[in-house]
Design a protein around this ligand. Structure first.
Ligand code: ADP
Ligand code: GLC
Length: 511
């Protein structure tokens, strides 16, 4: 059994802005289920303590970098059994607003300081100084907020092996020189071979340069980020690091995302009781005040409204299809201009366009259950979770052929019959073509049923991916000179030249 410290800035159901929160609950729980000793470290944002049972103060961390005493609280998430340690520093994290932004959607001014403290506390834990009875063998960092951890641990003797996972390379934690000085980072790190990045410095680069292994969340994205097109300026570094970079596909937590046991939907269903899906569609039409017509195909969208997600392309599609017999069920928030355009469309065409601006976990599930088609016209997508949820809900995905979308959806033109529709490029004409193909398939009942059944039969559960991470931990620990002792259970994995490469999943054919 290995001791694994998993560090994250969000974790479902405590705090969530996107897929990182889903991964940060389901991967550690899957590793726990494989017999590993996993602690997830998360800042104690406002309201998160109430999700934990048996909350206990286990350490107080006091050193030169903190202006106040920082406490570590240990607890277990009631609904999932996940073991969590909370970094309790109220002036930094117990605030009204989101984890990264205030209520006016402005980044917190002191984000660099807040997450540098998360990194420093993580290092104290990693070195066994915070809780001497628990020193991890491996530290698994996620996204830029944790990027200083591998860098700081490189200054220590006998430090654990480090893994750094890129969930989205576009977010790099870039700050100016005076902040670098305020964080009291070593002067030698102001160098292009370490943290300096085009006249600023980057938290993310700390992770990429110093971690023993780098992963990202799908095999295709692992290739894409090595190109200047998708690497966001880090592609040269990632090409250089190619031998330690792996793509491991995210999994799905089917205890939360399965229509046969989903507590957010009124009419549970499975592949055998697909008739109930229709009832969920009617309930969704009612909830979003759309015209209650069960024949009309409903196109669902649940998304952050960010350039990445191509929501501007969705708005164009709504205009192009507004005279057609289709309806739209849209949930999301983000870019204000997008929010306003969508609300205006819903106002103008209330029978056809249903929009809810904001975050609503229940409605996200009800859109998956009630929609016929799920649209994700992402410009890039490191993995994407909603398309995998859609497959399980028998909601046919129309997605751009990029990153994790390309790795999880098989086009209907494939000889197996496929599971969805791939759009070649994120532009208005191509997305329209993809939607037209899906709408024409929708009209052919037998074809549509087969497509949905093949999708529902896909298995993206975490076990295989969690096993792949265990191989990687083992590999990094061995290289570091430690004792690899993770228990490896079978998976679709090949070890090659000391690194782990994950094969793309095969899609089983269901006729
Ligand atoms: P990303 O992390 O880039 O936003 P993912 O597809 O990996 O994209 O994950 C998004 C997650 O956030 C999914 O679980 C999705 O259901 C959820 N989500 C996104 N927007 C909302 C929203 N407005 N309300 C509820 N859940 C949302
Ligand atoms: C990021 C990516 C998304 C991925 C998620 C979880 O937010 O944008 O594609 O699924 O992280 O890894």
């Amino acid at each position: 059994m290995s001791k694994i410290l998993f560090i994250t800035s969000e974790c479902w159901p405590l705090i969530k802005t996107g897929g990182l929160a889903d991964v940060s609950s389901s991967l550690p729980v899957a590793l726990q289920q494989l017999g590993e000793d996993v602690i997830t470290l998360l800042p104690a944002y406002q309201g998160v303590k109430q999700h934990l049972k048996s909350l206990e103060h286990i350490a107080t961390i006091d050193n030169d970098f903190f202006e106040e005493e920082v406490k570590l609280l240990s607890g277990t998430v009631s609904s999932t059994g996940q073991h969590l340690w909370l970094l309790d520093a109220p002036s930094l994290f117990d605030r009204d607003g989101g984890p990264y932004q205030d209520q006016n959607k402005q980044d917190w001014q002191d984000n660099a300081y807040r997450y540098s403290i998360l990194c420093r506390v993580a290092c104290e834990i990693a070195m066994g100084r915070a809780v001497p009875s628990w020193k991890p063998d491996v530290v698994h960092c996620n996204d830029w907020q944790t990027g200083l951890v591998p860098a700081l641990l490189s200054l220590e003797k006998d430090s654990p092996a480090t893994i750094f996972t890129i969930h989205n390379i576009a977010y790099q934690g870039i700050y100016m020189r005076h902040i670098f000085d305020n964080l009291k980072l070593p002067d030698s790190w102001w160098h292009h071979e370490t943290l300096e990045f085009h006249g600023n410095f980057s938290f993310l680069k700390g992770g990429l340069i110093f971690a023993d292994r780098i992963t990202t969340v799908s095999p295709s994205y692992a290739e894409e980020i090595k190109t200047s097109d998708k690497g966001c300026g880090m592609d040269g570094l990632l090409r250089h690091k190619a031998s330690v970079l792996n793509g491991i596909l995210n999994g799905v937590d089917y205890s939360s995302w399965d229509p046969s046991i989903d507590t957010y939907i009124k009419y549970p269903y499975s592949e055998k009781t697909l008739k109930n899906k229709r009832k969920n569609k009617q309930a969704l039409q009612k909830e979003l005040r759309l015209k209650g017509d069960k024949k009309l195909p409903v196109i669902g969208i649940v998304s952050r409204f960010a350039h990445q997600k191509g929501i501007d392309l969705v708005i164009e599609q709504i205009h192009r299809f507004i005279q057609q017999p289709v309806q739209w069920a849209i949930l999301g928030s983000g870019d204000q201009a997008i929010e306003e355009s969508l609300e205006a469309l819903a106002k103008e065409f209330p029978d056809k366009v249903g929009v809810k601006i904001g975050y609503d976990e229940g409605l996200a599930h009800r859109i998956e259950a009630g929609a016929d088609i799920f649209l994700m016209p992402s410009r890039y997508e490191p993995c994407g979770l909603n398309q995998m949820y859609s497959l399980r809900y028998g909601t046919v995905p129309v997605v751009t052929k990029t990153g994790g979308l390309a790795d999880t959806v098989l086009d209907a033109d494939d000889e197996s019959g496929g599971t969805g529709f791939l759009v070649a490029q994120p532009n208005v004409d191509e997305v329209e073509k993809g939607l037209k193909r899906a709408l024409s398939a929708y009209k052919n009942k037998a074809q549509w049923l087969k497509l949905r059944r093949r999708g529902m039969a896909q298995d993206f559960s975490w076990q295989e991916s969690a096993t792949a991470y265990l191989h990687l931990y083992e590999d990094a620990m061995l290289e570091k000179g430690g004792q690899g002792n993770a228990q490896i259970i079978a998976g679709d994995i090949a070890i090659k030249e000391g690194t782990v490469r994950i094969k793309k999943r095969r899609i089983p054919v269901v006729s």
